[in-house]
Design a binder for this molecule. Sequence first.
Ligand code: KG4
Ligand code: ZN
Length: 340
Amino acid sequence: MKILAIETSCDETSVSVVENGRKVLSNIISSQIPIHAKYNGVVPELASRAHIKNINPVIEKALNKININFKNFDKKIDAIACTYGPGLAGSLLVGIMAAKTLSYIYDKPLIPVNHIEGHMHSAGIENSGLKPPFLSVIISGGHTELVIVKDYGKYVFLGGTRDDAIGEAFDKVAKILGLSYPGGPVIDKLAELGDAKKIHFTRPLLKGSWDFSFSGIKTAVLNYSKKVDITDKNVINDICAGFRQAVAETIIYKSFEAAEKYNLKTIALGGGVASNSLIRKMFKVTAKNKKVKVFIPSPVYCTDNASMIGLVAYYKYKKSGFKKNIDSLNPKPSLDLQNW
Ligand code: KG4
Ligand code: ZN
């Protein structure tokens, strides 16, 4: 079964064709980073306008790459999938409208997918060995969540972010330090040049809860940065290293604690922050020591991409069918995780 999947929840216009859930035939991602970088964050109105401009060319590129066009589409594509939340309303709307249009024209089933579920299963794109049950660790720009995946569509939410999401903390700390947007990749790079032992930022472990709170570390960086010379590159590198270390240890401690408590032998990471080099390294080492399997997507599948939407859509279609009343499908900017 070939699914054309569309992802436009934030600032990436992505379209992918995925066969039987896991085989990615094409995955096109058009990033808007240059548009938003000068504002140090995503500007929703600019994001939706860029999606409008990009959506048709990105769909065509994803199809043409595998010799599909609007003449043979009907024969080659079996269903359409799109992200319908959570995310920016205007951005989501563009992807949903494109998906609805294709679904109407070619009379194909339309499968709406939750963006977070995409990140939760994204490590399965390249690893057919990743199957439920597992602990999903979602670390992205908008989310820091621990979820037990009992089966496809059967979830137990353990905890989430109380204030800044992990990626948001990276982006805000970068802004404090005068670094470019998005902050995560820049801090990761500079941290490699610094000494993580020089500055100790507290690890916000919130004992007794599976929730996360990263705004405290961010404020600690702000206070520290006021006392030192942040025009000195070595100082910046050490702050980045100390911050990255504190964040990595926090996420690793809580993830493995949850896996142990719920007797889960597999952990899957997802979300943009899963491309952080220290977090990847530490997860692999800790997993080996604790005899837990860890699945981490390649960086291209950590950040927003339509292939992960195509993967979830396939399992959703097999289990619970598709959206019968297409007209009623609308963006759900605050969509919660739901079972199906
Ligand atoms: O998953 P994603 O593409 O978008 C959301 O759904 O939020 O994640 C984007 C986030 C940004 O906050 C970005 O700074 C962060 O992922 N990020 C990183 C790295 N690469 C991207 N954070 C830490 N280290 C990285 N190497
Ligand atoms: Zn995302």
